[in-house]
Write a protein that binds this ligand. Structure first.
Ligand SMILES: [Zn+2]
Length: 208
């Protein structure tokens, strides 16, 4: 997502108003007049990386822009959302489970993405826990149960039983959806044999 190409900059075209209005000091000479050369989303998609040039010293630098996400604790106290806290918290529930650090990082990324997509700047901590549960369920059912028992404050065995029943239903629904998808794909395809093979491959991938 480039606002204008570097060649346009070198030809000295006027900087769009939206860029000149952004107030960002040059880190070298502290001049407030900087222009944006290029804007792109960072790899996580949660921040915008902007390449800027100072209009006084002409040195270039990069800024990262993202909305500050705040978590509201149960006691009303607020703190900045920290993806690493999610990763550490979920990591505790994943102890001795076959889950890699990369999978945990990916879960943290998904959670932050979903929270940001909600469009809220302030998010109750209970909401963060709720958003964690879904990707964790797909990752590891035992870790999910451990995390849910703390987050949902399980009191006794009946709470565990209810959660296990939910999980059984979820697994059943998931399998039904996969099977239904396979039937449709085969019926619609002009070459049923080839389509069946293709679908089988996809199913194997999802199950892995
Ligand atoms: Zn400067």
């Amino acid at each position: 997502m480039s606002i204008f190409s570097p060649s346009e900059v070198s030809r000295g075209l006027t900087v769009p108003m939206s860029c000149t209005l952004e107030y960002m000091h040059c880190p070298f000479c502290h001049n407030a007049d900087t222009k944006v050369l290029d804007s792109r989303a960072d790899e996580d998609g949660v921040a915008i990386r902007r390449r800027r040039e100072c209009m006084r010293c002409h040195r270039r630098f990069t800024t990262m822009e993202s909305c500050e996400l705040t978590v509201v604790k149960r006691d009303g106290h607020t703190e900045r959302f920290d993806r690493n806290k999610v990763i550490v918290g979920v990591g505790k529930a994943c102890q001795s489970r076959p889950i890699t650090q990369d999978q945990l990082k990916e879960l943290g990324r998904k959670v932050e993405e979903e929270l940001r997509a909600s469009g809220q700047a302030q998010i109750p901590s209970a909401e963060v826990g709720k958003v964690i549960l879904k990707p964790l369920r797909d990752l590891d059912l035992v870790a999910y149960m451990r995390f849910a028992s703390v987050y949902r404050d399980f009191k006794d065995l009946s709470d565990f039983e209810a959660a296990i029943e939910e999980l059984r239903q979820y697994e059943k629904d998931k399998n039904t959806t996969l099977t239904a998808g396979a039937d449709t794909a085969t019926a619609d395809a002009s070459d049923p044999a080839a389509a069946g093979k293709e679908t089988g491959k996809e199913l194997g991938k999802e199950a892995a």
